[in-house]
Design a protein around this ligand. Structure first.
Ligand code: PNS
Length: 168
């Protein structure tokens, strides 16, 4: 039984994250999307909001579960008996940081392996940070996130509906 965890902040979930979820769910038996409840980090969406947004997007994928976690990823992986961590790699700039985390996690929990999926080309530039930056100024985010999230994101920044940018 291959049980994997795809961890992240998902603040908010982007089309790039969804691409990784769909592709990794096709490889493993069970995929836990682990939403980090990071108290130190000022997140745009609460952890409950992030979990429910991902649930909304994954309800038709039968082997995906969405849960939040606190503390160390390896502790959470042990708790749910997952032995695979999935991470998306966008560019070479991601690599150094991801390698460091993967190796540290492996030292901490010997049975855990990190599998990297290269992000699909059309999402290689995309990150939650970019989405937030665009949204904060009323920029068009309709190609970055699911349609039902667009207004929820603008609402967080108090962007006037008239000033919201949308692709026709
Ligand atoms: O989407 P993100 O913010 O790039 O995800 C980062 C995440 C959640 C994978 C990473 O910060 C993490 O695993 N945090 C949990 C705490 C932990 O285990 N840190 C040790 C990594 S060496």
């Amino acid at each position: 039984m291959k049980r994997a965890i795809y961890p992240g902040s998902f603040d908010p979930l982007t089309n790039g994250h969804m691409d990784i979820i769909v592709r990794s769910a096709a490889i493993v038996d069970e995929l836990y999307v682990g939403v980090l409840n990071n108290r130190a980090k000022n997140s745009l969406f609460s952890v409950d909001e992030r979990v429910s947004m991902i649930k909304e997007m994954t309800e038709t994928i039968s082997n995906v579960k969405v849960v939040s976690f606190d503390g160390l990823l390896v502790d959470f992986a042990r708790e749910i008996q997952a032995n695979i961590i999935i991470r998306g790699l966008r560019a070479v700039t991601d690599f150094e940081y991801e390698l460091q985390i993967a190796q540290t996690n492996h030292v901490e929990y010997n049975e855990i392996e990190t599998i990297f999926l290269t992000t699909s080309l059309q999402y290689s530039y995309l990150s939650s940070t970019i989405v937030k930056e665009f949204a904060a100024y009323g920029g068009d985010i309709s190609q970055f996130v699911a349609p039902q999230f667009v207004d929820r994101i603008y609402d967080k920044y108090g962007i006037d509906p008239e000033k919201r940018c949308r692709k026709q």
